[in-house]
Design a protein around this ligand. Structure first.
Ligand SMILES: Nc1ncnc2c1ncn2[C@@H]1O[C@H](COP(=O)(O)OP(=O)(O)OP(=O)(O)O)[C@@H](O)[C@H]1O
Length: 442
C-alpha cells in the first residue's frame, strides 16, 4: 500500500494489533488505514474492530479509515458507527485511496484548528467570571438568546448568579439603553406584591394618596426581572399570566389597562415542575415564562471555575478592603477546589471577604477562609496514550498550579517551578495556558 501515497507522507506498516498499537503510541499518526481482517482472525473482523476501539480510546482524534472487502458493507457501517472517519473498499485503487486519505488529513487539521479556537475561547459576558466548559456553554446560549424578546427562565441554586445572567441578557439586548427593573417575589409580602408589580391609582386603598407606577410599567421599553418567580402567590400568578398574554397592566384601583412593552426574564432556585405537581404554581404560566430556559450549574459542577472565581474575588476584595498583595496558600487552593460551595458564588464572596480581613500575613490560609482541609487525592489513573502525553499533562498541571498559587505572577511562578521567566513564557505558549486572571473576567 506504501506506493499509493506521495513522498510527503510518512508511512508505517503494522501487521497485527500489538504492533499497530505500539506504532500508534510512538508515532501518534493523524490518519490510520485499518484492514479489519487481522490475525488471528484474518478472515473475519473481530480483531480489526478491537483495534479500532483501542485506537479511538487511546487517541480519539485519530482519523481511522477502515478498509473492507467488497461484500462487507455491514462492517463499514458498523465501523463508522464506532467512530471511524471513513471507509474504503478493496481492491486498492491508488488514486481513490490517496484521495480518501488526504481528505482525512484535512479533517484532522480542521478539527485541530477548531480545538485551538475553542481552547482560546472565554466568556466575554460582563460580570460573569467563568472558564469552565459548562459556563462557557451557558454564556454562548445567553449570547444567542439575548438579542431576542423571548421570555426566559433561569434555573439555578441560590447564589449561582441568576441575577447577573438576567442583567447580561438585558445588557446584550437592543433594550440595553432602556430600564432594567428587578423584583424579588419572595422578599415582598403577598399583600404588597400586587401593587409593587402593577402599581396603583390614587385612592385605591387607604394610604394611596397618589397614583404610582408598578415595576412592570417602570421597565417599559426595557427588561423586567422577576426573581424567585416560584414564590409568587397563586392569585397574582393569574394576573401575571394575563399581562404576559395581553401585554397590558391593570393598576390596582384602575379600570383602564395600560399597554407596556417589556422583555420578561424570570429566575428561581425551586423545581417548578414539583411546584406544579403540588398545585402551587400554574402550569400555563410556567409554559409562558419558559419559552427558553437557562440552567445555571452549581459552582461545584463547573470544572475549574471555583479557583478562577476565587482568585478574581481575592483581587477585587483585597483592593476594596485595602489589603494588597494577598494570595492563597497551597492548602487553601486545594480546599477551594474541593469544597462543594453549597451557597455558590455568594458564599465564596463572604468567605473570601472574611479571609481578606482575617489574614495575618500575605498568605490566606484555610482557617482564614473557614474551609475544611482538602483530603482529595485526585488523578484517577486513566489509560494514557504514551509517556510523552503523561509528561505533558503533568507539566501542564504543574504550571497551572504554580500560576494559581502565585496569583498569576510570572516571576513568582517561574521561581516556584525552578525555571527562568522566558522558559515559563515558552511553556505557557506551548500549552496555551491563559496567564492572566483578567482574561477570564472580561
Ligand atoms: N460567575 C460569576 N462571576 C462573578 N460574580 C458572580 C458570578 N456569579 C455570581 N456572582 C456574584 O455572586 C453574587 C450572587 O449572584 P446573584 O445574586 O446573581 O445570584 P442568584 O443566583 O440570583 O442568587 P439568589 O438565588 O440567592 O437570588 C452577586 O454578588 C454576583 O455579582
Amino acid at each position: 500500500m506504501r506506493w499509493c501515497f506521495t513522498d510527503n507522507l510518512q508511512v508505517s506498516v503494522a501487521a497485527d494489533r500489538e504492533t499497530a498499537l505500539a506504532l500508534l503510541r510512538r508515532l501518534e499518526p493523524e490518519v490510520v488505514t485499518l484492514d479489519l481482517g487481522l490475525p488471528p482472525d484474518p478472515g473475519g473482523s473481530t480483531e480489526g474492530f478491537a483495534l479500532l476501539e483501542d485506537i479511538l480510546r487511546l487517541a480519539p482524534m485519530t482519523k481511522v479509515i477502515v478498509v473492507t472487502g467488497r461484500e462487507e458493507k455491514e462492517n463499514a457501517v458498523k465501523a463508522i458507527g464506532m467512530g471511524a472517519a471513513d471507509f474504503y473498499q478493496k481492491p486498492v485503487d491508488a488514486d481513490i485511496l490517496s484521495f480518501v486519505v488526504n481528505r482525512a488529513f484535512r479533517l484532522a487539521e480542521l478539527e485541530k484548528e477548531n480545538l485551538e479556537l475553542a481552547s482560546r475561547d472565554n466568556t466575554s459576558v460582563k460580570g460573569i467570571i467563568a472558564a469552565s466548559p459548562q459556563m462557557l456553554a451557558v454564556c454562548r446560549t445567553l449570547e444567542k438568546v439575548a438579542p431576542t424578546d423571548i421570555t426566559t427562565l433561569i434555573n439555578g441554586e441560590t447564589g449561582t448568579g441568576k441575577e447577573v445572567l438576567a442583567r447580561a441578557l438585558h445588557d446584550l439586548s437592543p433594550r440595553a439603553h432602556m430600564p432594567f427593573a428587578a423584583i424579588n417575589c419572595a422578599a415582598i409580602p403577598d399583600n404588597l406584591l400586587e401593587s409593587e408589580l402593577f402599581g396603583y391609582e390614587k385612592g385605591a386603598f387607604t394610604g394611596a394618596t397618589q397614583s404610582k407606577k408598578g415595576k412592570i410599567e417602570s421597565a417599559n421599553g426595557g427588561t423586567l426581572f422577576l426573581d424567585e418567580i416560584g414564590d409568587m402567590p397563586m392569585a397574582l400568578q393569574a394576573k401575571l399570566l394575563r399581562f404576559l398574554q395581553e401585554r397590558v397592566v391593570d393598576r390596582v384601583g384602575s379600570l383602564k389597562p395600560t399597554p407596556v412593552d417589556v422583555r420578561v426574564v424570570c429566575a428561581t432556585h425551586r423545581n417548578v415542575n414539583e411546584l406544579i405537581q403540588e398545585g402551587t404554581f400554574r402550569e400555563d404560566l410556567y409554559y409562558r415564562i419558559s419559552e427558553i430556559t437557562l440552567d445555571l450549574p452549581a459552582v461545584r459542577d463547573r470544572d475549574g471555575d471555583a479557583l478562577v472565581i476565587a482568585q478574581s474575588l481575592l483581587k477585587s476584595l483585597s483592593k476594596q478592603l485595602d489589603r494588597p498583595g494577598l494570595s492563597f496558600c497551597d492548602d487553601a487552593i486545594s480546599a477551594i477546589e474541593t469544597y462543594p460551595w453549597p451557597g455558590n458564588v455568594r458564599e465564596m464572596i463572604n468567605k473570601i471577604k472574611r479571609s481578606v480581613i482575617m489574614a495575618d500575613g500575605k498568605r490566606i490560609t484555610i482557617d482564614d477562609l473557614q474551609l475544611p482541609l482538602s483530603t482529595d487525592n485526585t488523578d484517577a489513573n486513566e489509560s494514557q496514550l504514551n509517556l510523552r502525553k503523561v509528561r505533558e499533562n503533568a507539566e501542564r498541571a504543574a504550571i497551572v498550579q504554580a500560576l494559581r498559587t502565585s496569583n498569576f505572577n510570572m516571576a513568582q511562578a517561574s521561581r516556584l517551578l525552578g525555571v527562568t521567566r522566558p522558559t515559563l513564557y515558552n511553556l505557557t505558549d506551548k500549552y496555551r495556558i491563559n496567564t492572566s486572571v483578567e482574561a477570564a473576567e472580561s
